[in-house]
Design a protein around this ligand. Structure first.
Ligand SMILES: Nc1ncnc2c1ncn2[C@@H]1O[C@H](COP(=O)(O)OP(=O)(O)OP(=O)(O)O)[C@@H](O)[C@H]1O
Length: 256
C-alpha cells in the first residue's frame, strides 16, 4: 500500500478548471517535485491535499485513509504536514513558542490536565520543549529560540516554518516554494536542511518550486503542471529536456 495515493483530483472555480485529473503515488522516503508556471495549479493541489479546498472530483488517500470530509487540522494530525508559499507566522511569539505550539497537537493531557495535571503535564511540557529545540537545531535556529519571530531574517523564518511543520510528526511533508525570496547563501542552507530532513527522518517530501536548478538537484522525480494538467513526469533529466516543459517556460531554453 503506498503512503500517498492521489487519484484523478480535479477542481473548478466557476468557469476555471484549475486542476484536472491530477494523479500521484508516493512511498515513504520519496522526494518529489511539482513545477509549473505561475497560476498552473500547484498550490491548489496542496490545498486539496490538506483539506483547505474540497476537490470537485477525485480522491486523496493517506495510507489508504481518505481525507474527504476532514478538516485541515485533522488531516495534519493524521500525517500531512505543510509549509505555505506566503509565511503564516505569529510575529510576536518567540521562535520556540511557535514550534512548541505545533507540538501541542500531540499532547494527551487535555484541558483538565492543563490546569490540574501536575506531573504528567510537566513531563509532557518538558518533552515538547526538548522536541521543539531538537527541531530548531535541525533547521539551525536553536540559538535563536528566544527571539521574536518578527525579528528573524526572512530565510530564517522560512526555516522555522519547516520546523513547525515537522513538529506535528508528518508522514509526508509538503513544501510550497521553500526558497521564495531567499538569497544564494540562504538557498544553500535550505537545500542542506531539506536533504537532512529527507535523509535523517526518511521523510516523504513533495516540493513546489520555481527554481528549477534547486528542484532538479533535490528531487528524484518531477511533475510539470501547466494550466492544471500534468504535461510531463519523470526524472530530472527527462523533465529538463522535455519539449513541452521547455515551451511552457516561455518557449525558451530553461534557465538553471
Ligand atoms: N480559491 C480560489 N478561488 C478562485 N480561483 C482560485 C482559487 N485558488 C486558486 N485559484 C486560481 O486557480 C489557478 C491556480 O492557482 P494556484 O495558486 O494553484 O497556482 P500556482 O501554480 O500555485 O501559481 P503560483 O506559482 O503563482 O503560486 C489560478 O488561476 C488562481 O487564480
Amino acid at each position: 500500500m503506498p503512503l500517498l495515493e492521489i487519484k484523478d483530483l480535479s477542481i473548478r472555480f466557476g468557469g476555471l478548471q484549475a486542476v484536472k485529473n491530477y494523479n500521484l503515488t508516493m512511498n515513504p522516503g520519496d522526494i518529489r517535485g511539482l513545477i509549473g508556471p505561475n497560476g498552473a495549479g500547484k498550490t491548489t493541489v496542496f490545498n486539496m491535499m490538506t483539506g483547505i479546498l474540497t476537490p470537485t472530483e477525485g480522491q486523496v488517500l493517506l495510507n489508504n485513509w481518505s481525507i474527504e470530509g476532514f478538516q485541515p487540522y485533522q488531516i495534519a494530525a493524521r500525517g500531512i504536514g505543510r509549509t505555505f508559499q506566503n509565511l503564516c507566522l505569529w510575529r510576536h511569539m518567540t521562535v520556540l513558542e511557535h514550534v512548541k505550539m505545533a507540538c501541542y497537537s500531540k499532547i494527551t493531557y487535555g484541558l483538565f490536565g492543563a490546569f490540574f495535571g501536575g506531573a504528567r503535564r510537566k513531563r509532557e511540557e518538558t518533552q515538547m520543549t526538548n522536541k521543539a529545540m531538537d527541531l530548531l537545531a535541525l533547521v539551525k535556529l536553536d540559538q535563536f529560540a528566544d527571539q521574536l519571530v518578527g525579528n528573524l531574517p526572512y530565510g530564517a523564518q522560512r526555516r522555522m516554518e519547516i520546523a513547525r511543520a515537522l513538529a506535528t510528526d508528518p508522514k509526508i511533508l509538503l513544501l510550497d516554494e521553500p526558497t521564495a525570496g531567499m538569497n544564494p547563501e540562504e538557498l544553500d542552507q535550505i537545500m542542506e536542511i531539506i536533504r537532512l530532513v529527507h535523509g535523517e527522518y526518511k521523510m516523504a517530501i513533495l516540493l513546489i518550486e520555481h527554481r528549477l536548478k534547486f528542484v532538479m538537484e533535490l528531487c528524484e522525480r518531477i511533475q510539470a503542471l501547466v494550466f492544471g494538467e500534468v504535461i510531463a513526469e519523470g526524472e530530472p533529466e527527462e523533465i529538463r529536456n522535455h519539449p513541452q516543459v521547455i515551451e511552457a517556460y516561455l518557449g525558451k531554453e530553461i534557465e538553471y
